[in-house]
Design a protein around this ligand. Structure first.
Ligand SMILES: C[S@@+](CC[C@H](N)C(=O)[O-])C[C@H]1O[C@@H](n2cnc3c(N)ncnc32)[C@H](O)[C@@H]1O
Length: 224
C-alpha cells in the first residue's frame, strides 16, 4: 500500500515536471512564432538593439576560433542568421529550434533544419561545435538541456552558450520577457560552471558582452 502510494507520488511529480517543460516550450512558441517574419531585422530592432546584437556577434565570433572544417549545430537557431553566416564560410551547419515559424526561415540556407525541443534533442550525430545563443534561459531544467547538448558534441568539441545573468541588467531582461508570459532564468557564472561540469564539460572561459548577459565557452571533458 505504502509502496503503491510512493509510486503514485513519483509518477505525479514526473507528469508535473513534464507538463511544466511542455507549457514553457508552448509559451516560447507563442512568443517567437508571430515574431519570426521580422525577428532580428535591423530596421525593426532599432539602434539600441542593433548595438547590443553587434557587440554580442563580435564576442561570439571571437570565441568561435574555427579552422573552416568544423561541423556546427545552431541550437535554438531562431531565423538562423548565425547558421547562415557559418554556412557561407563553408561549414556543414544544422539548425534546430522548437518554433516551426523560425525553422521555416532558417532552413533556406543550412544543411539540415529540424523542429525540436532541445530537452528532447536526438539528432543521431555529433558536431564539432554547438552554439546555443539566447535559448537556454527559457528552460526549467537547464542542466537536463545541457546534457542533451553534450550528447551532440564530438570528442574535443565545444559548446558556446549566451545566457542572461543575475544582476540589474538581467532583472530588466527577465521583467521584459515576463510581460510576454515567458519565465527567463538568470544564470550566475558559478551556476553555469556547476551545470557544465555535471553535464561533462570543462570551462574554457567566459566574456560579458553587456550588463545583462555572458558568453561561456565549454569543451567536452577529456576522458582519461
Ligand atoms: C532569443 S531567440 C535567439 C535566436 C538565435 N539563437 C539568435 O541568436 O538570434 C530564442 C530562440 O530559442 C528558441 N528556443 C527556446 N527554447 C527552446 C527549446 N527548449 N528548444 C528549442 N528551441 C528553443 C526559440 O524558439 C527562439 O527561436
Amino acid at each position: 500500500m505504502e509502496n503503491g502510494n510512493k509510486t503514485h507520488f513519483v509518477d505525479e511529480a514526473r507528469i508535473t515536471e513534464r507538463s511544466m517543460k511542455r507549457s514553457q516550450t508552448d509559451e516560447v512558441r507563442k512568443h517567437y512564432g508571430p515574431w519570426a517574419p521580422t525577428y532580428g531585422r535591423p530596421e525593426d530592432d532599432g539602434p539600441l538593439m542593433a548595438m547590443v546584437r553587434a557587440r554580442e556577434d563580435r564576442i561570439i565570433d571571437e570565441s568561435l576560433a574555427l579552422d573552416g572544417t568544423e561541423s556546427i549545430l545552431d541550437a535554438g537557431c531562431g531565423t538562423g542568421a548565425r547558421a547562415h553566416a557559418l554556412k557561407d564560410r563553408g561549414h556543414v551547419v544544422w539548425a534546430v529550434d522548437c518554433t516551426p515559424e523560425m525553422v521555416a526561415i532558417a532552413e533556406v540556407h543550412v544543411d539540415r533544419a529540424v523542429v525540436a525541443d532541445l530537452h528532447e534533442l536526438d539528432l543521431g550525430r555529433t558536431f564539432d561545435l554547438i552554439l546555443c545563443i539566447g535559448a537556454m534561459e527559457f528552460s526549467h531544467e537547464p542542466g537536463a538541456l545541457l546534457k542533451r547538448l553534450r550528447a551532440h558534441v564530438a570528442p574535443h568539441g565545444r559548446l558556446i552558450v549566451l545566457v542572461p545573468r543575475t544582476g540589474p541588467g538581467g532583472w530588466l531582461y527577465r521583467f521584459i520577457k515576463a510581460k510576454h508570459g515567458l519565465d527567463a532564468h538568470l544564470f550566475g557564472t558559478g551556476e553555469m560552471r556547476r551545470l557544465a561540469r555535471e553535464a561533462g564539460f570543462d570551462w574554457e572561459g567566459h566574456r560579458t558582452p553587456f550588463i545583462h548577459n555572458f558568453v561561456a565557452v565549454l569543451r567536452t571533458t577529456a576522458v582519461s
